[in-house]
Write a protein that binds this ligand. Sequence first.
Ligand SMILES: Cc1cc2nc3c(=O)[nH]c(=O)nc-3n(C[C@H](O)[C@H](O)[C@H](O)COP(=O)(O)O)c2cc1C
Length: 349
Amino acid sequence: MTVRDRVGEFCATYGLSVPILQAPMAGSSPPALARAAASAGAMGGRGVLRDPPERIAQWMTEFGSAGPVQLNIWVPEEPGSPDDERRALAEAFLARFGVPGTPPDRPRPDYRAQLEAMLAARPTVVSSIMGIFDAGYVRRLHDAGIAWFACATTLPEALAAQEAGADAVVAQGTEAGGHRGCFDQDVTAGLDSTLFALVPHIADHLRVPVVAAGGIGDGRGVAAALALGASAVQVGTALLRTPEAGISANWSAALAGAGPEAVTVTRAYTGRTARAVSTAFLREWQRPEAPRPARFPDQLGLVGRWRAGNAPGIEAENYFAGQSAALATTDPAAEVITRMWREASMILA
Ligand SMILES: Cc1cc2nc3c(=O)[nH]c(=O)nc-3n(C[C@H](O)[C@H](O)[C@H](O)COP(=O)(O)O)c2cc1C
């Protein structure tokens, strides 16, 4: 199948005029960003990780009927036995950054209730990261005419998702900003595959379409990913600095000009592996004498306490970023997407 046919089939199935999905970024995907993406013919998206059910419904109302849209959630890991010793070591290490405070109590929304709210909202796509949905939920999505996209970072994860009924696999390379989609956070060997190697490897073994994610910052990246076997791409970092994304001035400044070597993989923010701009706080955790960060969500809770204390050693928020952050511009999101696809089309022609 030619690239044009493969991409055309995907776009026709999901009502797209450009094969680009705005990444569903928890905490950084306001309705304005998704509407802008949809207005450019791409798919809008929302990461609902922190959203209670009523917020999911409200977000969809605010998105309106702008076009195709994806709602995304982290699949919770099986509760492991508490690791009090690891937590204590991480807590002791944090003392070097200042003194803790008391953060506001923000209970985590109930996962099953979030799943129900996503189903009720009737988006084009519901997607998973860090695991797969149970068979009953997948059946209900399909009965409702909603597609399931599953993020995978390895071929075994992609095959497991396809076997479980995923309609497309989002192949996430290590270049990606934000959290890694690994199903098991404690298995790290081989989980650093680059998009260049991962996309053809997965595409060669799957029946369902592959969406490439990680380090795609302009039309060159889009064209490369499609040439490698993807049917579409998912873009996060390249849209973060757009006015519609609404991130803070500090985060946007940290992204400006940040080349591949300026971002790093860390567990220091949440306990789960993520890619972010390298800061003094993150570098401290990379010192040989630093302990392993506590497990998720222990580390998240600890960092929250130190932030509540306005500890001078920690930036006030997570500066998540992929390896192509330097390509992110402050142009409006629809312009960024339109330009990406125009450049990619010229390359592919
Ligand atoms: C700030 C931020 C938040 C993210 N949150 C999520 C999320 O909640 N769910 C998800 O599946 N992926 C999330 N991602 C990952 C994206 O879906 C995607 O894999 C990544 O942005 C692609 O790499 P890029 O940032 O280099 O474009 C996030 C990425 C960023 C940058």
